[in-house]
Design a protein around this ligand. Structure first.
Ligand SMILES: Nc1ncnc2c1ncn2[C@@H]1O[C@H](COP(=O)(O)OP(=O)(O)OP(=O)(O)O)[C@@H](O)[C@H]1O
Length: 757
């Protein structure tokens, strides 16, 4: 079933958390952060999470299951951000947010603290473009075959695969590098901020339920995906891809005593359980802790049972007791390990513990505000919330995500009030500023969640996030969740979190942020071989996996369209998603892909984070990922819920420098598979059938994307040479001419090799 990675590639394992919270068998690492001076004005507040459940009176139930579930959609996000803004990001963030935070001294409250953080540089992102076409002709397949054991024959997952990859990779046991590093850079870093208390669990401070306040900071500009109007805004902001677009458009603990009580007496818990019980020996994303070991609403527990969740995931087990004690939390856990439920369950408890709204209050307070970077994620979180709220008929969920007219959402908010609101930043800000009574409702917020927090705190979203934080009460609880928490984010998380927040790191030291069951490899090939290589890889994967489900990430929307067009011409079962597709289309394709097998999704970074597609067998990343985090999140679309998966990163030789940013991840360099001349011919033919305007747009978008990559863009002559190489790889004799204004915006005026129109 899997790609035949070098044998050695499968030998590298990275066990999940081997250390765990004394009371809960989890492997999370918890750091408690001390204040920075500016946050010393924290004031106490207590949420009675342990108290009896009180019900809210207003019902929003009917609307909840309708429009919310119907509103799943794929969104554009960072791919939408301006490269120019991205280029400013790293330096600005560092310059601006280091002073106070550098003095903060987090307190480690767990033993066996993992030191595993990010080191990679953060970079700009791609942009999106236009398109609408999939399905594809059946041309081009006849006669192609044997290389793959028959053109249409697929092996079942149990069949042995006798393919070129066995030969190609079988002799490469020694090749795999399995680089597992990461201590050194980190220890120096954490040495500044944290202590490793190796004597157990000492968290008295956490029992106080003190509430701090999120500091509000000055804003940096933000840009989001919200609507076609927003898309237009992005054009103004200089996204090259936008400029090029024509249509603008992710058990044995049988003690039934609620674990929160155990957590409240951490030392006692430590003696209750021998340490050995706290060591996980597998890569399981699940813990052995049952949900009913926590003081959760019986109705929530019933819904959890209905959902088929038997035990908690590691991140759920690790965060819940801390959150239930009223602490702010920054949680890092690998992709596909249940972070959404981790923040939703205690959020529901917060609603239940809130005083019931007055019956004549037509604008009942929003108690829980969940902010997600994309529409898809907000909708997905709402769907997950609805699963958990199955028996909580009095709790309503709404989504404000853009993609629809603001007045439509305004009406919905008014007619179907909710206590839990999922939102994307831009649209949320719109409501704060333009929806009557909305700001008042936000004053009821007791829980603020930033999903994909590192991304939301990044430059692109910062200004809106700061505006949002300013709009909710300082007396609140805040949860930040992500699979990646780069150091820059650690340094600025005080923007949202209280000074005594806890950092719960479910990523074990040395494992990196990726899953051991996901084999990763990268290939270095000249651009002119990329399309053929992709075709060969796909054909092989399809031959080996009867239920293949592949995601191909491309650098920009226009390149996404090009690749989707090509693969369609090659008679592969392809769909495409990127920001320039209409919302309804993205929703439909997303739903289809979620449910389907034997399908390939070509996508831009709109699908990189958080999207929960089950059973993705292979993720291919074509070209440079915007940064280390993006590589991890993209890869995280496979190997979810402890499943196996494969990842291939396809780079040109001059992109290989990227590998230094992921050197701690177990990525194997693979030799190139032989490319059958027949396959080359088919690809060439396929390319010749792709519309010229799509190639032109892809060329320009490609140029725009790589112009945003500093390492490549600093030599503009070389950049244009490379772009022209890409042009040739599409079968073009001469590079497409680019409008003058676009060339000017890209700073490529008079660069040799560029053609102006
Ligand atoms: N306790 C559990 N047992 C089994 N499945 C669970 C449990 N909790 C959540 N899940 C499921 O696991 C899947 C992945 O969850 P989720 O999307 O929240 O992952 P994530 O950690 O947020 O991933 P990403 O970092 O990619 O956003 C979902 O389908 C969710 O319903």
């Amino acid at each position: 079933m899997p790609l035949k990675f070098p044998l050695g590639a499968r030998l590298i394992t990275h066990s999940l958390p081997s250390t765990r919270l004394a009371s809960m068998n989890s492997g999370a690492l918890i750091y408690s952060f001390r204040s920075v001076p500016v946050l010393s004005k924290a004031f106490p507040f207590r949420l009675n999470y342990l108290g009896l459940v009180s019900r809210v009176n207003f019902s929003t139930r009917p609307e909840r299951t309708g429009p919310i579930r119907a509103s799943k959609s794929l969104i554009e996000d960072e791919a939408e951000l301006s490269d120019w803004v991205s280029d400013l990001r790293t330096s600005s963030m560092r310059g601006k947010f280091t002073s106070d935070e550098d003095n903060s001294v987090p307190e480690v409250v767990r033993r066996n603290v993992d030191r595993n953080d990010n080191r990679g540089p953060r970079r700009g992102t791609g942009r999106e473009g236009v398109s609408d076409r999939f399905g594809g002709s059946k041309r081009g397949m006849e006669g192609e075959v044997d290389r793959f054991g028959g053109s249409n024959r697929r092996r079942t997952s149990n069949e042995p695969a006798d393919s070129f990859r066995n030969k190609r990779l079988g002799g490469r046991e020694g090749v795999r590098n399995g680089r597992v590093q990461g201590k050194s850079s980190e220890s120096s870093l954490r040495g500044r901020n944290e202590r490793n208390v190796d004597s157990g669990f000492t968290r008295e401070r956490g029992l106080e339920n003190n509430r701090g306040l999120g500091k509000q900071t000055r804003g940096l500009r933000q840009e989001e995906e919200e609507s076609s109007d927003e898309d237009e805004k992005r054009v103004v902001l200089g996204s090259i891809d936008d400029l090029l677009s024509e249509d603008s458009s992710d058990e044995d603990d049988l003690d039934d005593e609620p674990l929160i009580k155990k957590a409240a007496s951490a030392k006692a818990v430590e003696t209750d359980k021998p340490r050995s019980e706290h060591v996980k020996t597998s890569d399981s994303y699940l813990s052995k802790t049952r949900f009913d070991q926590f003081p959760l609403s019986p109705l929530s527990l019933k819904a959890i049972k209905d959902a088929g969740f038997e035990t908690m995931t590691v991140v759920q087990e690790a965060t819940l007791p801390i959150i239930l004690k009223g602490k702010d939390v920054l949680a890092k856990a690998k992709t596909g390990t249940g972070k959404t439920v981790a923040f939703l369950l205690p959020s529901i408890e917060a609603v239940l513990n809130s005083p019931p709204a007055s019956r004549d209050n037509r604008q009942p307070p929003i108690v829980v505000l969940v902010v997600c970077p994309t529409r898809e994620l907000a909708s997905q979180a709402a769907a997950e919330a609805n699963t958990l709220l199955k028996y909580h008929s009095s709790i309503g969920v709404q989504v404000v995500i853009g993609g629809t007219k603001l007045p439509t959402e305004q009406r919905r908010l008014q007619t179907n009030p909710c206590q839990i609101l999922m939102a994307t930043p831009g649209r949320l800000k719109d409501h704060i500023e333009n929806t009557s009574g909305f700001a008042t409702r936000l004053m009821g917020v007791k829980v603020l969640v930033l999903d994909e927090a590192d991304h939301l705190l990044d430059m692109g979203f910062r200004r809106d996030i700061e505006r949002i934080i300013a709009a909710v009460p300082k007396q609140r609880q805040t949860f930040l969740f992500s699979a990646t928490v780069p150091e820059e984010v650690r340094q600025i998380c005080h923007v949202a979190l209280k000074r005594d927040h806890e950092f719960i790191n479910c990523v074990q030291e040395g494992t990196g942020e990726t899953h051991q069951k996901v084999t990763q490899m990268y290939m270095i090939a000249s651009l002119d071989r990329h399309f053929s290589l992709l075709y060969v890889l796909l054909k092989e994967h399809i031959a080996d996996n009867v239920d293949y489900k592949v995601i191909i990430f491309c650098t920009t929307a226009m390149v996404t369209r090009l690749v989707a067009d090509l693969l369609s011409q090659l008679s592969l079962n392809v769909r495409e998603i990127h920001s320039r597709k209409p919302q309804s289309y993205r929703t439909r394709v997303s739903d289809e892909f979620r449910k389907s097998k034997g399908i390939i999704l070509v996508t831009s970074d709109v699908s990189a984070r958080g999207v929960d597609y089950p059973d993705v067998s292979l993720v291919v990343q074509m070209g440079l990922p915007s940064d280390r985090e993006q590589y991890i999140h993209r890869l995280g679309r496979t190997g979810r819920k402890g499943k196996e998966g494969e990842g291939v990163l396809l780079l040109a030789p001059w992109e290989e420098y990227f590998m230094s940013s992921v050197k701690d991840l177990p990525i194997t360099k693979s030799p190139l598979p032989p490319i059958d001349p027949e396959a080359v011919k088919r690809v060439q033919k396929g390319l010749s059938q792709v519309e010229m305007k799509n190639k032109e747009a892809a060329y320009q978008a490609w140029l725009g994307y790589y112009k945003s990559q500093k390492m490549i863009a600093r030599d503009t002559t070389r950049l244009v040479e490379l772009a022209n190489e890409f042009s040739r790889s599409m079968g073009l004799d001469a590079p497409p001419a680019i409008p003058k204004n676009v060339i000017g915006k890209m700073g490529l005026k008079n660069v040799p090799g560029i053609r102006t129109k």
